[in-house]
Design a binder for this molecule. Sequence first.
Ligand code: LRH
Ligand code: MN
Length: 428
Amino acid sequence: MSMIKPEVVADHNQKQAPTLEADYAALGEKLARRGVDIEQLTRAADTFAVALPSWGVGTGGTRFARFPGPGEPRNIFEKLDDCSVIHQLSQATPTVSLHIPWDRPDDPKALLEYAQARNLAFDAMNSNTFQDQADQAYSYKYGSLTHTSEAVRQQAIEHNVEVVELGKKLGSKALTVWIGDGSNFPGQQHFRNSFAHYLDSARAIYDALPDDWNMLLEHKMFEPAFYSTVIQDWGSSYLAARETGERCLSLVDLGHHAPNVNIEMIVSRLAQFGKLGGFHFNDSKYGDDDLDSGSIDPYQLFLVFNELVDIQQADSAFAPFYMLDQSHNVTDPIESLMYSAAEVQRAFVKALLVDREALLGYQNSSDPLMAQATLKQAFNLDVEPVLQMARQRAGGAIDPIAAYRASEYRQSVARDRPQSGQSGSGIV
Ligand code: LRH
Ligand code: MN
């Protein structure tokens, strides 16, 4: 099932095709002079996939306010409709990552069938012990998996196990655990005791994991805690993953680091010790801004993929979970997610163009200028024709934003989905 009429996409592509053909041929010649086969590059581009955050198709907000847009999805089914539009046009987002309880279905089987009918599958599941639910016995105000009370920790462990059980019914293969546990004041939390509680809780969850699943630990420097966070950095995440189990790995959310931290080196370190399990792609200038991937620092995104491609060429089994994790406060979430998926795919394709043999030569001969220039030679190349051709050949849109706007999908869902009206605040 296609949410946008195939003829709308075909009509759009037909208009764009002559320009694409010309640009593709020109780029093909340029790449051939570098000994690169553009057809091989386009096939590689087509293999790239990044998961969509179910919570990303609704308008996001901040603690100050949220300004819902027209046609907000009101339930998981409408979220999947919007996700299927993104995949139909971008052909790069075949999976959706759910957040529980925000997306808890009454009938998991019906939800799975609904997704499959829209060419979607389910990616890593996200648990949530950073908010209190109405029917909850104990509050997570002072923590969840690391709370000083065993009863609270047990409640949080059981929630994660419930999320795994649901994920099994939906065909997911991973659980992402991000907790906001931490402190706002020096002295409020015992660092070693809270980390020990985390390790015990993580092991209890890990023991409930199917043998073919991964558990992904997501670190974050601050927020909602503003003095210390139990899993604050990659070091804490690595130690916890190592102590928890072989299939327990670290997940890197790009926005969860202090400004100017060298994230690509963290990626390299975690991979070198077999503990790099996944990514939440977004961009930021200050804090965990959750802005569109590549919108602030596309070179950093490229440098991250430069490390990932280098690792993949050394270990073909290396296959981390890729997901977008963004908050769309002022744009149409569908447009931002399509554009961001293309930006992440672009960084991957450019990283494939790095002449790694030459780079190693310049590194080994201590020639920093030519080493940097070798990276820039790949980054500075406009690979848009490759991304467009990969989309067109896969049945997507040459220009997803233009095709989406031509489809008037947003206007049609705005008619079908009467607004709840209240704006409120908060990320979702
Ligand atoms: C925490 C986070 C986490 C999600 C949440 C929506 O900041 O990145 O990955 O659970 O955003
Ligand atoms: Mn995240």
